[in-house]
Design a binder for this molecule. Structure first.
Ligand SMILES: Cc1cc2nc3c(=O)[nH]c(=O)nc-3n(C[C@H](O)[C@H](O)[C@H](O)COP(=O)(O)O)c2cc1C
Length: 185
């Protein structure tokens, strides 16, 4: 698949099953992530791969961290969190690791980290896998961040759910270019 086809056909899916990428495929996708444009080559990112039994641990972390913030959390919300990590056989936590640099503000580092995630999900698509970039309040939860080993200068930029779809892909809509692109002179 060429790059343009990969970009135009990538399609996020909410429910993913096996197979997940093996180590060879995953390493290739991470090599693509690490080629993101990166001012001053700060490499302001890192990734955690969560699969197998670790998905259960992630569910437990979500629940304990949420209860620490909100002890009266509704049982339905707890149940939802228990199931959340099992929407795919693999979750990649994309972490932006902000560096102190006089030339590169945090906004640029966040953009670079986002470009890395996009490279990653496009590469996975090329390798025959599907992903869904997710966020939500758990990305900001201090207990979740601590449990995943983030430092004070790190931020969860996405939970990337990875696997193979077991339902029909949604229809891809290509927005009219004229709504977003204009000539200026
Ligand atoms: C930073 C970021 C966070 C996102 N978080 C969520 C999310 O929590 N839940 C969700 O349904 N979609 C989320 N999305 C959007 C999906 O990943 C996906 O892009 C969307 O469903 C549209 O599908 P498509 O990418 O195939 O066009 C997020 C996207 C980005 C860039």
């Amino acid at each position: 698949m060429n790059v343009i086809d990969a970009i135009l056909t990538r399609n996020a899916q909410g429910k993913l099953g096996l197979p997940a990428p093996d180590k060879v495929a995953l390493d290739k996708a991470f090599a693509c992530a690490l080629r993101a444009p990166d001012h001053q080559v700060l490499k302001p990112w890192r990734y955690l791969v969560i699969q197998g039994d670790a998905l259960q641990k992630l569910a437990e972390l979500y629940i304990s961290a949420s209860l620490a913030q909100e002890p009266d959390l509704a049982p339905e919300k707890i149940e939802k969190m228990r199931k959340m990590p099992f929407r795919a056989p693999m979750i990649v936590v994309a972490i932006t690791s902000y560096k102190n640099d006089p030339k590169v503000p945090r906004e640029e580092q966040l953009l670079s980290s986002g470009a890395g995630i996009q490279n990653f999900i496009l590469a996975l698509h090329d390798l025959g896998f599907t992903s869904m970039w997710r966020s939500g309040p758990l990305t900001e939860n201090p207990g979740v961040k601590k449990g995943l080993g983030l430092s004070e200068s790190e931020h969860i930029s996405g939970f990337i759910y990875v696997g193979t779809p077991n339902s029909e892909p949604k229809k891809i809509v290509h927005p009219p270019l004229a709504d977003f692109v204009a000539d200026w002179n």
